[in-house]
Ligand binder design. Structure first.
Ligand code: CA
Length: 653
């Protein structure tokens, strides 16, 4: 019996053969210890023995990516990656009206074929078999589906400066389905006691709290990556993807993801997908069976990136430095993809388009923008906008200087002629200024002047309003921590973030005064949202579950967010600011007849301002409506502004 089992076991482990269900049953019986019941085993074995030789080939034998496509896409080509045992010499056959199999390409690894398809504009939705044959005999078969595009999918409006983005970490936001915390085949099991462990948050949790997000007043959700991260440890953050076409089962299914987007859209909320192009997870299935050596950057021993993103724009950079930046691995468990490889480049581009179409996305957040080859990313953005002209992309351009940030934005005016095609980029220079401006001592170039210096560099940007502005994110100290747990400073900073130029982004929990230091651990800045887990003692999703300070922060943010939504001066108005003086910073946002005046007095004492200095902003207006407390004031020659407060007036004629 044991010998028979061993043979079957070996055969069943041959990936390319999908055995008759009887053999699968036999296998399962052994693995489930059913042979402890000898009579049952004997009956099953006897009944099934009739049909052993009739094994067949089925869908599971082949992996085809993208796993499906759509009729009516602008780009008329599709390259399918096909993976199966020893398929390199097989002949692919596709018979479907509107599709021409132009060529098939073999690569170094005999387990791959790349099929180049030409799609006719008259291609209709439907399904067909992709068959691989040997001497005309069908050996493998894969059922492929051409789907109907959603109505209006091509004209979908991406997020804009009228939106405010809410960034949340799915594993840490809310656990809507404890049943999926541990899933078969997934290596890491939940452990909420570990700051870097999996805590069980999921898509169901986000869906459950969409009303909270809506109520806060943000308009767009950016969850950290939701795709499969089947890694032994630290899989919760999502940036070591092991399957580019599958939502991690501990978060839910692909269908759950689409349902989240549909539900969000139903509440007028947009959704941005976080995508990674620089690297994947070490356990990615194609890393275990690389199509070719040049798919990833390989070194004789583990070689880390130098993380010197400046070397990409530096015209004097040594090739050694630039190559190490581009080719070194981000981390030990993140193989570095080589986007110069034309098959990989096409694979990644099609993957993005597949998700935009499949999940009806409103934007993509591009992880580690300077790390993948910039030429590939420019081609990628072109292809995205070819299909979705009104879409939006935001690149994580984590740079210290305005000039280098500007380089990564679409239509940048730069010496080497590079154009990333990415409309939004992260504004780290302004972030750096905001972490200090509200707490340090005021001087010629410190305090409020920091904000002024950063904004006065905006001539470098092709489009300053499309900069993603933020007080913190999943990689940075919690803002409340940066400013020494000072609620008044948080309120001033929030008012500034939501009224200056740019597209604001808020990190989940900042509205709850969540504290955390990235130096302690990344887990410290990615704590669980209180109330997101069954049995949590406090539920901060409700006012009753928040303490007084949390409610003050939440209410303040909520007021400004909901007011901002419909204020043209803020969503697309011009900015005019005055050089900060004596710890007071005054600026105006204006669009047509709408005008907003902001006065940030960060002093510990009230300040009386001579208003004549600001006449070019106030001319033609007689009164101001205080957006926060609802009071109306008459604009006078001298006005008093309270200590440690941002005063926001809607100006009235
Ligand atoms: Ca869960």
């Amino acid at each position: 019996m044991w010998l028979v089992f061993c043979i079957f076991d070996h055969l069943l482990n041959c990936r390319h053969i999908n055995f008759h269900p009887y053999l699968q049953l036999f296998y399962n019986m052994q693995h489930n210890n059913l042979f402890k019941h000898p009579l049952l085993a004997a009956v099953i074995l006897f009944l099934g023995f009739w049909s052993i030789p009739s094994f067949s080939f089925a869908q599971d034998d082949l992996r085809v990516e993208p796993p499906s496509w759509w009729a009516g896409m602008k780009h008329n080509k599709l390259q399918l990656l096909v993976h199966g045992k020893d398929i390199t010499a097989m002949k692919a056959v596709i018979k479907y009206p509107g599709i021409t199999l132009e060529s098939q390409e073999s690569v170094e690894n005999p387990n791959y074929l790349f099929l180049n398809l030409l799609l006719d504009q008259k291609l209709k939705p439907g399904s067909f078999d992709i068959t691989l044959t040997v001497n005309g005999k069908k050996t493998y078969s894969y059922r492929y589906e051409i789907k109907q595009r959603d109505a209006g999918s091509a004209s979908r409006q991406g997020f804009t400066p009228a939106d405010v983005v809410y960034l949340l970490m799915p594993d840490r936001f809310a656990n809507g389905d404890p049943a999926n915390d541990s899933m078969p085949g997934m290596l890491e099991k939940p452990d909420r006691s570990k700051p870097l462990g999996r805590h069980g948050g999921d898509i169901a949790g986000i869906r459950k709290h969409l009303d909270y997000i809506k109520e806060l007043g943000v308009t767009t959700i950016w969850p950290n990556p939701l795709l499969e991260n089947n890694n032994k440890a630290a899989s919760y953050h999502g940036y070591a993807i092991t399957d580019f076409y599958r939502v991690d089962p501990r978060f839910g299914t692909n269908a759950d993801y689409r349902a989240l987007v549909d539900e969000a859209h139903g509440k007028d909320l947009k959704v941005i997908m976080d995508m990674v192009f620089n690297h994947c997870g070490l356990n990615h299935w194609f890393i275990n069976d690389l199509p070719m050596k040049s798919w990833i950057h390989q070194f004789p021993e583990y070689t880390r990136s130098n993380f010197r993103a400046e070397s990409i724009t530096d015209i004097y950079a040594a090739e050694t430095d630039r190559n190490l930046m581009l080719q070194g691995w981000f981390d030990t468990n993140m193989p570095d993809l080589d986007q110069r490889n034309p098959y990989l480049r096409e694979y990644l581009i099609q993957n993005s388009i597949w998700w935009v179409e499949f999940a009806a996305l409103d934007g993509i957040r591009l992880d580690t923008q300077p790390y993948p080859y910039k030429e590939m990313m420019a081609e990628w953005s072109k292809r995205i906008f070819m299909e979705y002209p009104n879409f939006n992309l935001v690149g994580e351009a984590w740079m210290q200087r305005e000039s280098m940030t500007a380089y990564y934005q679409k239509d940048a005016i730069v010496g080497d002629g590079y154009n990333s095609g990415v409309p939004s980029v992260t504004d780290f220079p302004l972030y750096n200024a905001m972490t200090r401006a509200f707490t340090e001592n005021e001087s010629w170039d410190e305090g409020m002047a920091r904000l002024y210096y950063v904004l006065s560099q905006d001539f470098l940007y092709a489009n300053p309003n499309y900069l993603l502005t933020f007080l913190d994110n999943h990689d940075l100290n919690r803002y409340y921590n940066s400013i020494g747990r000072d609620l008044q400073a948080l309120k001033m900073a929030t008012a500034f973030l939501l009224t200056t130029r740019g597209t604001p982004q808020i990190y989940y929990g900042t509205e709850l005064l969540m504290d955390g230091n990235s130096g302690v651990s990344h887990g410290d800045i990615r704590k669980d949202f209180p109330g997101g887990w069954p049995g949590d003692t406090l539920n901060a999703f409700t006012p009753q579950g928040r303490n007084a300070g949390q409610n003050e922060a939440f209410d303040y943010m909520q007021k400004l967010l909901n007011w901002r939504k419909n204020n043209a001066a803020l969503t697309h108005g011009k900015l005019k600011h005055f050089v900060p003086a004596d710890g007071v910073y005054v600026y105006f946002r204006t669009a047509g007849e709408q005008s907003v005046m902001v006065v940030i007095n960060r002093n510990t004492k009230d300040k009386v301002l001579n208003m004549s200095r600001f006449a070019e902003g106030t001319a033609g207006y007689t009164a101001g409506l205080d957006v926060v407390n609802g009071n109306s004031v008459v604009l006078g020659a001298e006005m008093n502004f309270p200590a440690r407060t941002a005063t926001v007036y809607e100006l009235k004629k």
